[in-house]
Design a protein around this ligand. Structure first.
Ligand SMILES: Cc1cc2nc3c(=O)[nH]c(=O)nc-3n(C[C@H](O)[C@H](O)[C@H](O)COP(=O)(O)OP(=O)(O)OC[C@H]3O[C@@H](n4cnc5c(N)ncnc54)[C@H](O)[C@@H]3O)c2cc1C
Length: 379
């Protein structure tokens, strides 16, 4: 069972560990106590990045919390980076589509995803991912590197497999991290999983032999990333007149964002049936949605009729929704907006201030982004 209270408790419980995070975070130990395990809540914004950073900086000076804050900001950075280049996401989806036949007929793909490669370390990672919906960051890097360079499978299929099973599966963090390992994010710079690094950071749990890994791989062929577009502007949210709100799985704390500024809006939450996610991920998301609905006394909706009913009950012609990012929700909400328009109802998207402020900074690499953010956060 999961809900926001558990997420808030987990954040609180991790605060005393933040000073050690920079030293310990790269070790993958059973139980993963050296990292926060907050990602599956932050992914659906049950906890927001700003809330986590505020919590951490209330407990520690910036210099002590910096590494953890920097990692939290990677999420905002990846999201912003993809929002400025949505073609990278649509191209990835098109590539996946064109790999469908290859995937069905590729024995190596099936042995990899069943954890039957004969590489005991990789097979262990597959088992952990499928059983728990989580892998440590370092292990995700090793996993992607072995998938791409040793097993020589298409990176897109590995990204899709991980996305399907991770409780925190996130279009931006996942797709762009896979691209980064393969050398597509930072031109020609690849991440190679090495036996000594794996043995050191797993404290000997996994000790691959040199002969089991490809230690001199070539970067994947470049795929020509477009330049960053300006962040499309959205109308400012008329906070005091928001009466109806549509939440979705990209933002399950929109009620807390609006609290105190917009009276008591009527809430509903869109339930998407995502065949792209494993069953346990679907159950996890459902529990978070139910928790949101219990907190807001909202209703679950699956399509246009449900939304219209909520708007009619509230006597409103306009419903507001946080703009979903590139991912599963966006096309569904855009389609919903057009169907609602046909019924004389308006679905108006808005962006949180956090995104308005930081997404436009994700124009190039992480460090220029971080330097600008750091100055801002320190202020
Ligand atoms: C190949 C690969 C695939 C990944 N796929 C995903 C994914 O689908 N969803 C996802 O949330 N993260 C993904 N990550 C990033 C990272 O591995 C996870 O966010 C992190 O392991 C989550 O565990 P934690 O909460 O214990 O992290 P902590 O180390 O405790 O970090 C705290 C928070 O900072 C953020 N964070 C930390 N590292 C990263 C990072 N490298 N990129 C983005 N945000 C980060 C997360 O919100 C995390 O919860 C991926 C990384 C790799 C290398």
């Amino acid at each position: 069972m999961t809900n926001r209270s558990l997420a808030v408790e987990a954040l609180k419980a991790f605060l005393p560990r933040v000073p050690r995070y920079g030293f310990e975070r790269n070790f993958d130990r059973p139980g993963h106590a050296e990292v926060s395990r907050l990602s599956s809540w932050i992914r659906y914004r049950v906890l927001s990045e700003e809330e986590c950073i505020h919590g951490v900086l209330s407990a520690h000076p910036f210099s002590v919390a910096e590494k953890f804050v920097q990692e939290l900001m990677w999420r905002t950075y990846w999201k912003g980076w993809l929002e400025l280049r949505p073609g990278v996401w649509t191209r990835y989806l098109a590539q996946l589509e064109s790999l469908k036949v290859e995937r069905a007929n590729c024995p190596q793909y099936h042995s990899a995803t069943r954890g039957q490669t004969g590489l005991s370390f990789f097979d262990d990672w597959v088992s952990e991912l499928v059983a728990t919906g989580y892998l440590h960051n370092h292990t995700r890097m090793w996993f992607a590197s072995v998938w791409i360079f040793t097993l020589k499978l298409p990176w897109q299929l590995g990204a899709e497999f991980m996305y399907r099973h991770l409780l925190d599966g996130d279009p931006a963090s996942n797709t762009l991290s896979w691209r980064w390992v393969g050398g597509l994010q930072t031109k020609g710079k690849i991440y190679v999983a090495r036996p000594d690094n794996i043995a050191k950071y797993s404290e000997g749990r996994w000790s691959p032999k040199d002969s089991e890994l490809n230690l001199n791989p070539e970067p994947l062929p470049q795929d020509g990333v477009e330049g960053a577009r300006p962040l499309p502007s959205l109308p400012a949210l008329p906070l005091s007149s928001v009466r109806c709100v549509l939440a979705h799985d990209d933002d399950l704390s929109v009620d807390l964002y609006l609290k105190g500024v917009s009276g008591e809006p009527r809430y509903c939450a869109l339930k998407l049936d995502l065949c792209s996610r494993a069953d346990k991920v679907g159950v996890f998301m459902e529990q978070l949605r139910d928790d949101f609905l219990a907190r807001t006394r909202g209703v679950s909706v699956t399509g246009v009729e449900g939304v219209v009913r909520v708007m009619q009950d509230a006597g409103e012609g306009v419903i507001y929704a946080p703009l979903p990012r590139c991912g599963d929700e966006l096309p569904v909400l855009i389609q919903l907006q057009s169907k609602l328009r046909d019924q004389g109802c308006d679905l108006v998207f808005f962006r949180r201030e956090w995104e308005e402020r930081y997404f436009p900074l994700a124009k190039s690499g992480y460090f220029p982004f971080w330097n600008a953010v750091k100055a801002n956060l320190q202020r």
